[in-house]
Design a protein around this ligand. Structure first.
Ligand SMILES: [Ca+2]
Ligand SMILES: [Ca+2]
Ligand SMILES: [Ca+2]
Length: 168
């Protein structure tokens, strides 16, 4: 007993030491995801007949990775009714090891097809959005409403949040 106890303590100390050093390691980057419950709904207004409405589930969608302290633009595009596309342009900034900041510009393109570059309106949520990644805290929910300002009654709404996980 007298010999085993010090051995156990020494082993425990090694295990604790190993864990502590792993947590103290500096993250080299961040992986970004949409959190569960994130959605984008697009309504393609039709002059004749019913509107075409589609809700896209963005839950868990991987945005991409930032390595180091840098800024990167991620884009997520969804289209409804064959003619109304929303581009979510997310400019993500990794300010330091733990803090992230982002801006979202939601753009509506409506034209002859989903590939149209005819810009018809947008909405912005700006840089006040900040969140921590080291403790894997999510952002608050970002809500945006987008309307076709120039042609017809198309509209869209999105509600989402992001989470970041550290990359070692
Ligand atoms: Ca239409
Ligand atoms: Ca249509
Ligand atoms: Ca248009």
């Amino acid at each position: 007993m007298k010999k085993i106890l010090p051995t156990l303590i020494a082993t425990a100390a090694v295990l604790l030491g190993g864990t502590a050093s792993a947590q103290a390691a500096t993250p080299t980057g961040t992986d970004y995801y949409f959190t569960p419950g994130s959605t984008l709904t697009i309504t393609d207004h039709e002059s004749f007949g019913a509107n075409e409405v589609q809700t896209f589930n963005l839950s868990g969608l991987y945005l991409g990775r930032i390595t180091g302290k840098t800024t990167k633009m991620f884009k997520v595009s969804r289209c409804a009714g064959g003619e109304v596309r929303i581009d979510l342009e997310i400019t993500m900034k990794r300010e330091d090891l733990n803090m992230n900041r982002f801006e979202v510009f939601a753009k509506m393109f409506e034209g002859a097809s989903c590939n149209s570059d005819d810009y018809d309106g947008g909405a912005i949520d700006s840089w006040n959005n900040a969140f921590l990644t080291s403790s894997i805290l999510n952002t608050g929910v970002v809500k945006l409403d987008i309307a076709n300002k120039y042609e017809g009654g198309d509209f869209a709404s999105t509600a989402f949040q992001f989470t970041g996980t550290p990359v070692y």
